[in-house]
Every structure is written in C-alpha cells, then in structure tokens.
Design a protein around this ligand. Sequence first.
Ligand SMILES: Nc1nc2c(ncn2[C@@H]2O[C@H](COP(=O)(O)OP(=O)(O)OP(=O)(O)O)[C@@H](O)[C@H]2O)c(=O)[nH]1
Ligand SMILES: [Mg+2]
Ligand SMILES: [Zn+2]
Length: 354
Amino acid sequence: MAQRPITTESAADDDDAQDYRGRTRERAKRLDRTRTRVKSGAVVSERALQGVVISPLGPKWLVNSGDDYWVASVSGVVDAAEGTTLVTVGDHVWIEPDAETTEHGDLAATIVKVDERTTVLSRKAAGVAQREQVLVANVEQLGIVMAAVLPGYNKRLMDRYLIAADKGDLRPFIVINKCDLLQDEDREDILDDLRTYWDLLHVPVIMVSAESSEGLDELRSALADTSTLLTGPSGVGKSSLINRLTDARQRVGEISTKYLKGKHTTTSSMVIPIPEGGMVVDSPGIREFGIFELGKEELPFYFEEFAEFTPQCRFTPCSHTHEPNCAVKQAVEDRAIDEERYVSYLNLMHDITS
Ligand SMILES: Nc1nc2c(ncn2[C@@H]2O[C@H](COP(=O)(O)OP(=O)(O)OP(=O)(O)O)[C@@H](O)[C@H]2O)c(=O)[nH]1
Ligand SMILES: [Mg+2]
Ligand SMILES: [Zn+2]
C-alpha cells in the first residue's frame, strides 16, 4: 500500500486510501452525527449564524437570528460547556443552516456552538446525582411572581429563588399579582409581611394585577430595556401579566403551536420581545426548587440579615440550628429576624444535610 499520511478529509473521502485509522475515524465521525458530543473550542464555519434560543420545540429549539426564526436541532459535535445543561432558553448560539426546511416548511438548522453564559437560573436536576439544570440563561433580572391570594404567596420558594438569583448573577425583584382580589387593609398587611425583603434586603416588591391593571406601569418600567425571567408557581398569573405588557407573542406562538399541543398553562419557557425594548421570558410554574451546589457553610451568607448577630453566637462556626447561646435564634425570638426567613433557613439546612 502506498505510504501516504492520512490526516485530512481528502483521505477519508477516498475509500481505497483508507487504512485502519481512517476507517475508525470515519466511524467515529458517523457516531458524532447520531450522538451529540460536547467539545469546547471547535471552530465554527463561516456559514454559521448567531442567534438566541427562544423556546424548546420538543427535542428541538426555536432560534431567532435577525428577522428569522429557525427550528434547530442539536446533533454531532457541539462546542459548549461540559457538565451542565447543553442548550437552554436564552442561550446565545451559532447555527448552521440545514439543506432542507422542516416538515412544516420552517427554516431548519443545527446548533454547533453555545456561547458562554453570562447569567444562569439553575436548580438541582431531579434524581440522585448532583447535576445542574439551567432553566434560563443570559437574563439580567429574575421576577419572582406570586399571587396575593389564590394560591397565596410562598415565602419558602421566594427565599430559594433569591439564593438561586444570587448564585446565577440575576437581579431579583418580587411581583405580587392578583391584587384586585384584595381589600386595602390586606394590601398593607402583605407589604408589612414582606418588609424584610424590600426594607432590609432591598429586593423591590411590586404589587400588581393583570386583571385591573394596577401596578402594570411600574412593572412595565421594571422590564424595559433589559431581560427578565418571570418565574413562580403555576397559576399566579405570569403569562397573564406578560400578555398585558407585550403584543409580539403571536409569531413565536404560531410556530410553537404547530409542534406542541396548545394548552392554557405554560409548558415551556419562551423569550418574548417587549414593544418598548428588552425581553421577558415566560416560564412554566415551578413547585419545587432545589438549589444546585449549596453548601452548609455558605448557607448563612445568603441570609444577609443574620450577619449582624452571628458574631455573638457562642460557637464559631455556628449552624444556628441546635447550638446553645445562638444569637441568631435569640434574634428570631426577639423578632429582630423574620421568623419565616429563619424557617426557610432551617428548611434549606435540612435539605443540605439530609
Ligand atoms: N383575579 C385575577 N386573576 C388573575 C390575575 N392574573 C391572572 N389571573 C388568573 O389566574 C389564572 C392563571 O393565570 P396564568 O397567567 O395562566 O398563570 P401562570 O402563572 O402563567 O401559570 P402557569 O403557566 O401554569 O405557570 C388564570 O385563570 C388567570 O385568568 C389577576 O391579576 N387577578
Ligand atoms: Mg403561564
Ligand atoms: Zn448561631
């Protein structure tokens, strides 16, 4: 056999010239096409277009690039970070156009690269292993939406979201919706109940109603010219609020309903442009939220209001759970620390240590 080095595609293209190495490499390449492989630092071809992942479409993704929407799949080698969610809503990606359109005639492409994420809202993936699930990438703000009543707000979940926002570099704020169902005095009670958040932790609280339009101007200006994920339990009115503030939903909605059966409740996250500039991400309701990679030593630092008391704890470090002469526990008793925040703390500590 002729001695010639087999190093490039030209060798692989030429069947006769293939030796063992060439053949195995070809097989591996074929495998790459059917099984996705993550590889960082791969070179993106000149044909690749830059886009933003708008929403999942079954196993595929809707990607917006310029004025076009592409139905993109992930296969073969993808240049992305390892050990985390491969592609998620909000990701900045590079796509290569496919030769053919989809079965519905939409533009089709393949995702070849996922840019490094600037922010992430992550949670612990379901299952035994400590695995990160990135829910949404690259948004600046996290709007934690709760209902004033029906179903009523959940402070345990709020506190978990605040920690996840902190870890993922998102700026949080709280939205209390359905205020049309409140009497004036209830409103005062809720603000008072949430005092720790807006007064001590400086997390803005916005009281709104998608029904009566109360607070919508304030919410609109909070969302303007930035990117925001609205999250919270099912039925609190995230989609209703977004529908009141945007009108650009149609086109994305039209494409996605072809692939997914339409339902009232939101089944997947979706990036929606705001008419005044910026974008908002609608997301499905979440019941449970486990925080990814939260250690018991770092937990107290996420409860900033504990800090002024911890130096007086008898033990250092103090877990503020069972230790005698714990200044944090004393402060809770003296009502200097919100008791419910302390309950959240115990809850999380239990999750971490059990
Ligand atoms: N009274 C009242 N009802 C509201 C308000 N906002 C939403 N609703 C109702 O609450 C229900 C749930 O609203 P959605 O907007 O679908 O709630 P969601 O948070 O998007 O729920 P998921 O998509 O399941 O996570 C609907 O029946 C809405 O009409 C409000 O401000 N006041
Ligand atoms: Mg919804
Ligand atoms: Zn203590």
